[in-house]
Design a protein around this ligand. Structure first.
Ligand SMILES: Cc1ncc(COP(=O)(O)O)c(C=O)c1O
Length: 444
């Protein structure tokens, strides 16, 4: 696609635009005067509830960043999230949404959710194992298992819950967990809850993984879990599943693969990295994912054998002690799976837009890491630089991106995490590239 390199044409917003002022006021004072005229010590008195190193670190960062209008988080949207949305009355172009298929607000999905509310109401009134199971849940689970090529699937209120449920119900303190260092926080929390011995292997480094496996074997561990994301959420690169399967078989370990950013994002028909890398899903022992990204609902799943599903439904805390996924969410998931089957154009457009995003950033000379998915990081290094770029993009260009800093990524690896969706159009990319070029020229 044509990319103008004339910076003079880069649209910049006028400081007198009242809606723009609202975004600026938010970036300076998002907490309604909480920090006005106060110090960290005023807000966190010695011995008080918030007198902890973590709380004090957050508050110091907020005190340093707010006068510079650097707070671009939790921006309240006035309407549905899409490539163009509205926040505080101001139009914004969205480049940090996980709605890879661009299906938020899709009329078929909205109608399905409305029909489910008409039939079942807004809540299930209980946990799945007692009074919360609907016929609709069973239909979603059957469809999801078929979609994934697995024998069975159980759904949860979130992807976070699904990961915690699978790990904490299957592993315990005599077991050993080997996690990719960039595996999602929910996987780390699951093994911490299980009480396993935990080691992190270097990201996608099979030699390091084998070194740890040999140590685990020498130390006499019988049950070993290897857990990875299939698409890593901060880098957009993929796990080498064929190699991981060969290794787990050699060491008699179990493999868990989290497809949160792969379902509805990767693979010819959006079935994830198994489809993309031509892997037999039966070789994955625990197949998990989120239903709140490519699939525009809220929920998560654990898929695998029928026996695994039945156990997880009776032996995992998030299934037994947390309310069932709502009817509207369940219906949205079901309709999105149907759309993926019937309307291949969404995945086609996503692939094309992913290519446009990555090519455009590389043409501008940015470091985009090893991304092979719609998540394309723009690595900036210093965290304050990432905050400044996100601010400039939002307040001067109306472009909403996410500055991702420690602890979500390693220190010195701060970035803007940009995501392509099927709904972006050429003019959105053109606008982004011009604005990024302006950031670069301004040496922010
Ligand atoms: C890799 C990965 N797994 C799990 C989750 C949690 O999914 P959910 O947002 O549905 O709880 C996320 C969320 O971003 C994720 O990135």
């Amino acid at each position: 696609m044509p990319l103008s390199t004339n910076l003079a044409t880069a649209p910049s917003r006028s400081h007198s635009d009242p809606a723009h002022d609202a975004l600026r006021a938010y970036a300076r004072d998002p907490f309604h005067g909480l920090f006005e005229g106060r110090t960290v010590e005023d807000l966190i008195a010695p011995g008080s509830l918030l007198d902890t190193p973590a709380a004090k670190r957050w508050y110091r960062d907020l005190f340093a960043g707010l006068p510079e209008e650097l707070y671009t988080y939790q921006l309240p949207l006035d309407q549905a999230s899409g490539p163009v949305s509205k926040a505080l009355g101001e139009e914004i172009t969205m480049f940090s949404s996980y709605s890879y298929l661009g299906l938020i607000g899709n009329p078929r999905i909205n109608r399905a959710a409305q029909r489910a509310i008409d039939r079942y109401g807004t809540s299930t009134g209980g946990v799945r194992v007692l009074t919360g199971t609907l016929a609709l849940h069973l239909e979603v689970e059957r469809e999801l298992a078929r979609f994934l090529g697995q024998e069975a699937a159980a759904i949860f209120a979130s992807g976070y819950d699904a990961n915690v449920a699978a790990i904490s119900s299957l592993f315990g303190k005599n077991d050993f967990a080997l996690l990719d260092q960039y595996a999602h926080r929910s996987i780390h929390d699951g093994v911490a809850m299980a009480g396993c011995e935990i080691k992190r292997f270097k990201h996608n480094d099979l030699e390091d993984l084998e070194r740890h496996l040999q140590l685990a074997r020498e130390r006499g561990y019988r049950r070993i879990l290897i857990a990875v994301d299939s698409v890593f959420s901060m880098d957009g690169d993929q796990a080498p599943l064929a190699d991981l399967i060969a290794i787990k078989k050699r060491y008699n370990a179990f493999l868990m693969v989290d497809e949160a950013h792969a379902i509805g994002a990767i693979g010819k028909t959006g079935r994830g990295v198994c489809e993309e890398q031509d892997i037999d899903p039966a070789d994955i022992d625990i197949h998990t994912g989120s239903l709140s990204k490519g699939i525009p609902a809220s929920g998560g799943f654990v898929a695998g054998s029928q026996a695994l599903k039945v156990y997880i439904q009776h032996g995992s805390a998030p299934y037994m002690f947390s309310a069932a996924i709502t009817p509207a969410n369940a219906a949205s998931i079901l309709e999105a799976l149907r759309i993926l089957d019937e309307e291949p154009e969404h995945m086609d457009r996503l692939r094309e837009n992913t290519r446009i995003l990555k090519d455009g950033l590389e043409r501008l000379g940015f470091d985009t890491g090893a991304s092979t998915s719609p998540i394309v990081p723009l690595i900036l290094g210093d965290e304050w630089r990432a905050y400044r770029w996100a601010k400039h993009l939002l307040l001067d260009h109306g472009i909403f991106t996410s500055a991702v800093t420690f602890p979500a990524v390693s220190p010195g690896q701060a970035r803007l995490r940009l995501c392509a969706t099927a709904a972006h159009r050429p003019e959105h990319f053109e606008k982004l590239f011009l604005a990024l070029q302006a950031c670069k020229e301004a040496e922010l």
